[in-house]
Structures are given as C-alpha cells and as structure tokens.
Design a protein around this ligand. Structure first.
Ligand SMILES: Cc1ncc(COP(=O)(O)O)c(C=O)c1O
Length: 343
C-alpha cells in the first residue's frame, strides 16, 4: 500500500489514547457525557485555559461542532462571516446553510480574515433586506496551514466586540496551531465567545471539545446538542481521550511533533527550489509541482491534489502523529529523483 500524506486522520488513534480507552474497558460509565472521566477531562482542560468560568461539551466531529455552535448562537435572520477558504464555506456541504444561516464570505489573505474584511462585510449588509452578520468564524490553524498571531487575533476580537459580533474559533487543528503560534490556550477566554479544541486530527479516534466562555451562550446548550443529534450516548469515549491528552501535555507535544516534521519537509523542498501555495507553519503544507511530477509522485504516495495553478498543481502533504522522520526523508529522496527525470 502507498504511504499516505493525505491526512492527519488516516490512522485509527495514537497508542497512548487507545491504551487509555483499553484500560477503561472494564469500567462502567454514566451516559451522555455525565461520567467521571469526562468531568476529569474538563477539569484538566480548564486548568490549561486558566479559568473555571466556561462550559465544555464533547462532540465527535468538526463539521458537527461548527453546525451545532453556529446554529445555536445565531438568530434566524443572522449570518456567519468567514474567509472564503473557510471549512464552513468550502467543505461542509452546506451544513451551516442547512441550519438556515447564510455563510457570508470575504477573501481575506493567507486563509485569514482581517478586521478590514469584517468592516467591509458589515458595510455591505446594512439593513433589514439583507442578512445581519451576527458572528465571525475563523480557524486556528487555517485551512491553508497558516496561523493567526496573538496580535492578529486580538485585532479581530476587538473588532468583533466593537460591532457586537460573536467570535467563534474553529480549532479542528488547534494542536498544530498552538505549536506554531504565540497564541496559548489561556488566552482564548479573553479573545472569543466560543472555540473548540480538535482531537480527531491529532490522534484521537474522534472527538472535539467545544468551550463556551460567554455566559449568554451557556444555558440549554446540551439541549441543542441533543436536538442536532450530536449528544453521544457513549460520551465518555471522547472524555477518556481528552483526559489522557491533557494529563501530561500529550496534546501539545503531538502538535510540536507534527509541525517539526512538516517544517523538515518544507525546508528540504525549499532547498530544491520548490515553490509553495501558502506560507504554512503547521502540519499541512502545499508545495507546487509540475503535472508530470505530481503524476509520478502519485504512483508512490497518496496525497491530496489541492488546486491547479499556473505551473502545475499545488498538492497537500499532511503530517500526523504516525509520520516519521524516515518516511519524510524517503519522500524527499523520491521527489529529488522524480524531479531529476523532468529537468
Ligand atoms: C478547520 C476545519 N474545521 C472543521 C473540519 C471538519 O471536521 P470533520 O471532518 O470532523 O467534520 C476540518 C476538517 O478537515 C477542518 O480542517
């Protein structure tokens, strides 16, 4: 079978997380996330957030988290503003729109929204004949592998506060985002109303932790999760994994590990004068190769062809907890010999 750089969820689960699940297999648990292990996990997460003043809810997927949160927060006539490359805009099959809320987009830059984009969108939606923008959605890290710095996030946050907009941060790839940026978990409470800590793409079987800071958002959120079909009977399956991931910083350690390997690949490719589609500092990188090179490389490896560009294709390599330095070195050697064939 070809080695896959297609995704960070191509493997079942990190052995330490599986081991934690296995150890819990002879325990009995309360259902629907009301169990002791989920409580422990929430305590550990709250320690990292440096606040008790938040509610945490576990769900199983990113699209589910996005649709649940956004449909909970917005009034019927309100829309969510996102970057045009945002997951909710491109890859969620209209899941947000299916809840009755338009996704309004601005082009942004490098996969990121700027305060000027928010101002621009607000100006364009000025009366009751248009949707009212009620919240801003951003992702950390972004769909192009870039990250918001603290100053960039603070500027977005201030802009949202000034215009009474909720700010929701999609953290499907937060571990990588934390390891690549100067934004730490204890900063989120002052920056946004709600965000989620992604587990699925950092080695969990599946699991996302939605964190609600804004008091207005806390009541009846569990009702809403259930109403959306997202309240898991075996909620402890996610709770146990988050407990383990936050017990000894496994979460962040894996974030650094996958970023280091992606950086190694990036540096080696830069040395080969390979151009990049985005300036990623996280575990998703987007090198550009000629069509011929992509075709040859795809005989040896599995990866996503991201976008057709002028000189060929931007492809995506994603590193995961399973990726090793050795397999990355092999990939580079194979790329070198394929590129040499087409020189
Ligand atoms: C930023 C972002 N948000 C949400 C998701 C959706 O997650 P899921 O595939 O679990 O629905 C992804 C998936 O790649 C993502 O990259």
């Amino acid at each position: 079978m070809k080695y896959s750089f297609r995704n960070d969820y191509s493997e079942l689960a990190h052995p330490e997380l599986l081991e934690a699940l296995l150890q819990a297999s002879n325990e009995q648990h309360k259902g629907y996330g009301m169990d002791q292990r989920s409580d422990n996990a929430k305590k550990l997460i709250k320690q990292k957030l440096e606040t008790d003043n938040c509610d945490i809810h576990f769900v199983t997927g990113g699209t589910q988290a996005n649709a649940t949160v956004i449909s909970y927060i917005l009034r019927p006539y309100e829309a969510v503003l996102a970057c045009s490359t945002a997951h909710i805009n491109v890859y969620e099959t209209g899941a947000i729109e299916a809840t009755g809320h338009k996704v309004v987009t601005e082009e942004g830059a490098d996969g990121k929204l700027r305060p000027s984009d928010i101002e621009h969108a607000l100006k364009a939606h000025y009366d009751e004949h248009m949707v009212k923008i009620g919240m801003v959605y951003i992702s950390q890290s972004t769909e192009l592998g870039t990250v918001y710095s603290y100053n960039e996030l603070k500027a977005i946050s201030d802009c949202c506060k000034e215009h009474n907009l909720y700010l929701f941060i999609d953290g499907a790839r937060l571990a990588s985002g934390l390891a690549a940026s100067d934004v730490e978990l204890n900063m989120f409470k002052d920056l946004c109303d709600c965000f989620y800590i992604g587990g699925t793409k950092i080695g969990m079987l599946s699991g996302e932790a939605i964190v609600l800071f804004n008091d207005r958002l806390k009541p009846y959120f569990r009702h809403h999760i259930k109403n959306k079909g997202a309240l898991l009977a075996k909620g402890y399956v996610v709770g146990i994994q988050f407990e383990k991931a936050f017990q000894d910083d496994l979460y962040l350690r894996l974030g650094y590990q996958i970023n280091d390997l992606a950086r190694y690949l990036t540096n080696e490719l830069i040395a080969l004068e390979v151009p990049f589609f985005s300036e990623s500092s996280t575990n998703q990188i987007f090198p550009i190769f000629s069509k011929a090179v992509v075709e040859e490389l795809s005989k040896l490896y599995d990866f996503e062809v991201w976008e057709e560009v002028e000189d060929g294709f931007a492809i995506r390599f994603v590193t995961s907890w399973y990726t090793t330095k050795e397999v990355c070195a092999e990939l580079i050697e194979d790329i070198k010999s394929i590129m040499a064939q087409f020189d």
